[in-house]
Every structure is written in structure tokens, then in C-alpha cells.
Write a protein that binds this ligand. Structure first.
Ligand SMILES: Cc1ncc(COP(=O)(O)O)c(C=O)c1O
Length: 395
């Protein structure tokens, strides 16, 4: 353990078992540790550094903004946040924006918006249906929304009004709907829950049900959005439009940010009903604008789609070679590899030794979330390291 890692153990609450690696620098798809050793990064800040580390377009935008105006409060108009809202809304099906600082916070705001909608349009309905296996964040209300017991059990009693219904099962949503329901909130593809991809017609059926009942469809695109799954937003692949969508992670290349986008019909907040000190901060907004502009101008989502197919094809070849790989699944560059036993941590460490960073999704599964700008060379390098790491374990 290095000196920095010892100090971390001394000073930090033990909320996570970190990988024994201290990162000090990043560029493109590469990062370097405190001893100057280089790694290929397929974790990418948990699906955040979509343009790689320190992309020049974003660095320049941030440097210019910190020299101009760092913070102003939402008491005033500021130009970076207005430009960001404009580009987000011009390239999505939504009409109005609210800016926050993280994914959980964006989802909290979306849940509050749904309750205001219920109050105005649905006779005071306040319940939100979410899915089993989902992940919506770490605040108390989002822990209640998150349909995984392991996140909920330490914090009972949880805020009420969140009903967890089985994912990828429209009948479960129908059965959970009552006259108290104001919204259904779903990830188009579940990220933290396991890279779970629903049936092609699931979201369409949910959309039709929400329309029939007059309730909101909230899509949490915090992990799937901003090109990650091969289109700017994942909803585009399912032929549906949400009433509300939340974003964070890849939006600002690593500067903390969150966003709630809503259709005009769902934009029911009145002045004073929601707010934030840092939300819409000029530096974060400048970073997000530069990120989005680059992604849109260079069809980075298209690259994520192509490279996702390439990576998945390579992983399927590894599955043919190693019998203990049971599944390869993913969309764009959100990809999981599952094993028949709990060896994910050992595979992660074997990859780390060989210069590749991957994410342990579950005890028996890894997740790959490389920058969306990778080419075949980086994918081949990752596949070759993974091959060697898996061979070292099977031998
Ligand atoms: C789908 C989804 N929603 C919400 C969150 C929470 O975002 P944050 O960690 O920025 O609060 C995450 C984080 O992994 C996520 O994947």
C-alpha cells in the first residue's frame, strides 16, 4: 500500500473498497498512477469521461470560463447555462431544463416534479413506480426508488411513495398502478443493476400505459445518455419519447453536473418550488456545452455504436474460448461480461496487473465503459489484455 493509500485509510469513511491504484493523470483513453505506470482506462470515471481524459475542447472551455465567471447563483441569468439548455433541448424531444449537480440530485428533482404534476393534474397522486434491479442514486428518496434491497436495507424507514415493480414486465407496472400513481421512472437499460437490456417492445408498452393513465414517463438516462449506448439518448432506439429525462455522468466530461429535461406539458414547477446553489454553475455548463458540441459535431455516438459492436464481437470470441464466461451483453459502449462464479475481482486484478482498468459490476460480472472515442486499436489492446488475464486464471 502506498503512502497516499495509507492516508486515505486514516482519513476517509470506509464506504468503498477501492482498487489499490492511485491515479494522478489522464489523457485520452489512458491514465497514469503515482509511480508513472500507464493504464488503458475502460472505467472512465464510471461512464463519465466519454471524450477521454482531459479532452482539449473541454479543457479550453473550462479554462476560459474559470477566468471569466466561476459562480453567480440562479438569482441572475448566466449565459453558459442558457447555451447548454438550448443545445440539450434542440437535440432531444424535451422542451424545458433544470440544472443540478449530480445524477441523484437530478432524479430527486424529477421525482419532485412528478409530485407537483400529480398535485396539479392527477388529484394529488404522488406514487412513482420504479423497477426492480434499478439504480437511481444514493439520496434517501433515490434509495427508495432504487429497486435493490442491498441499498435500501441499511436505511429503513425509507421515504414512502416509491413502488418497485419487476423490470421488463409491463404487467407488473400495470398491477402496481393505482389512483395514487403519478409517474413511472425507468432506466432504458439498467446500468448498475447489471447492464440489463429490456425487450424491444417494453418501453413502447410502458409509454402506451402511461398515456392511457395520464401519468408521466420519466427516463433516467444518467448512465445511458450522451452517446453511451450508440445514440445521443437511449430512448431514440426504442421509438418512445419520455415526458421527463434525467442526465448526469457523461454530460460535462467529469465536471459534476445533472440535468432534468421535461416536455412543456410536464414542466409544472412554480418559482420557489425547486432550486440549487451550484446547479447551472457556469464552469460545469461550459464543460457540458463543449462536450455536447464535440459529441454532436463528430458523431461520437455513432462511433460508440460501431466500437460497441466491435468490442462485443471480441468478447464473444473470448466467451467461445473460456467456458466460464456465461454471457456477453451490452449496447454501444456499455458492456458486461458475466462468469459462472464470483471471479470478477480476480479478473479485475489480473487486468490491472497487465495495464487495463475495468469495473466490477457484480461478484460474477465485469463492466466496460471506455471513452466513446476509442478506436479498434484500443479495443484490440483491451481484448488482448483480458485474454491474457483470463488465461492466467484458468491455467
Ligand atoms: C442510472 C443512474 N441513475 C442515477 C445515478 C446516480 O448518479 P450520481 O452518482 O451522479 O448521483 C447513477 C449512478 O451510477 C446511475 O447509473
Amino acid at each position: 500500500m502506498s503512502r497516499w493509500q495509507e492516508l486515505e485509510h486514516q482519513y476517509f469513511m470506509h464506504t468503498i473498497d477501492r482498487v489499490p491504484l492511485t491515479l494522478v493523470r489522464g489523457r485520452g483513453a489512458r491514465v497514469w498512477d503515482e509511480d508513472g505506470r500507464e493504464y488503458l482506462d475502460f472505467v472512465c470515471g464510471w461512464a463519465v469521461n466519454s471524450l477521454g481524459h482531459c479532452p482539449p475542447a473541454v479543457v479550453n472551455a473550462v479554462v476560459e470560463q474559470v477566468q471569466t465567471l466561476i459562480q453567480a447563483s440562479n438569482q441572475f441569468y448566466t449565459i453558459p447555462q442558457i447555451r447548454l439548455a438550448e443545445i440539450l433541448l434542440q437535440h432531444s424531444c424535451l422542451d424545458k431544463a433544470f440544472l443540478a449537480n449530480s445524477g441523484a440530485e437530478a432524479n430527486e428533482g424529477a421525482a419532485k416534479l412528478a409530485r407537483r404534476y400529480g398535485e396539479h393534474r392527477l388529484d394529488g397522486a404522488y406514487e412513482i413506480i420504479t423497477a426492480t434491479g434499478s439504480f437511481h442514486g444514493r439520496t434517501l428518496a433515490m434509495v427508495a426508488a432504487t429497486g435493490q434491497r442491498k441499498f435500501q436495507e441499511p436505511y429503513v424507514p425509507l421515504p414512502s411513495g416509491f413502488i418497485n415493480a419487476e423490470y421488463n414486465n409491463i404487467e407488473a407496472i400495470k398491477a402496481a398502478t393505482t389512483d395514487k400513481t403519478c409517474a413511472v421512472m425507468l432506466e432504458p437499460i439498467q446500468g448498475e443493476g447489471g447492464v440489463n437490456i429490456p425487450d424491444d417492445d417494453y418501453l413502447k408498452a410502458v409509454r402506451a400505459w402511461c398515456d392511457e393513465k395520464g401519468i408521466l414517463l420519466i427516463l433516467d438516462e444518467i448512465q445511458t445518455g450522451i452517446g453511451r449506448t450508440g445514440t445521443l439518448f437511449a430512448y431514440e432506439q426504442y421509438g418512445v419519447e419520455p415526458d421527463v429525462m434525467t442526465l448526469a455522468k457523461g454530460l460535462a466530461s467529469g465536471i459534476p453536473i445533472g440535468a432534468i429535461l421535461a416536455k412543456d406539458s410536464a414542466s409544472v414547477f412554480a418559482p420557489g418550488e425547486h432550486g440549487s446553489t451550484f446547479g447551472g454553475n457556469p464552469v460545469a455548463c461550459a464543460a457540458a456545452y463543449a462536450t455536447l458540441e464535440f459529441i454532436i459535431d463528430n458523431d461520437v455516438a455513432g462511433n460508440a455504436k460501431r466500437m460497441g459492436q466491435y468490442l462485443i464481437a471480441g468478447l464473444k470470441r473470448l466467451k467461445d474460448k473460456f467456458r466460464f464466461i456465461t454471457d456477453v451483453r451490452g449496447r454501444g459502449l456499455l458492456v458486461a461480461l458475466e462468469f459462472d462464479s464470483d471471479i470478477a475481482q480476480s479478473v479485475l486484478m489480473a487486468c490491472l496487473d497487465r495495464g487495463l482498468l475495468v469495473n466490477r459490476l457484480k461478484p460474477n460480472a465485469l463492466r466496460f465503459m471506455p471513452p466513446l472515442i476509442i478506436g479498434e486499436a484500443e479495443a484490440d489492446e483491451a481484448l488482448s489484455i483480458l485474454d491474457k488475464a483470463l488465461s492466467s486464471l484458468s491455467g
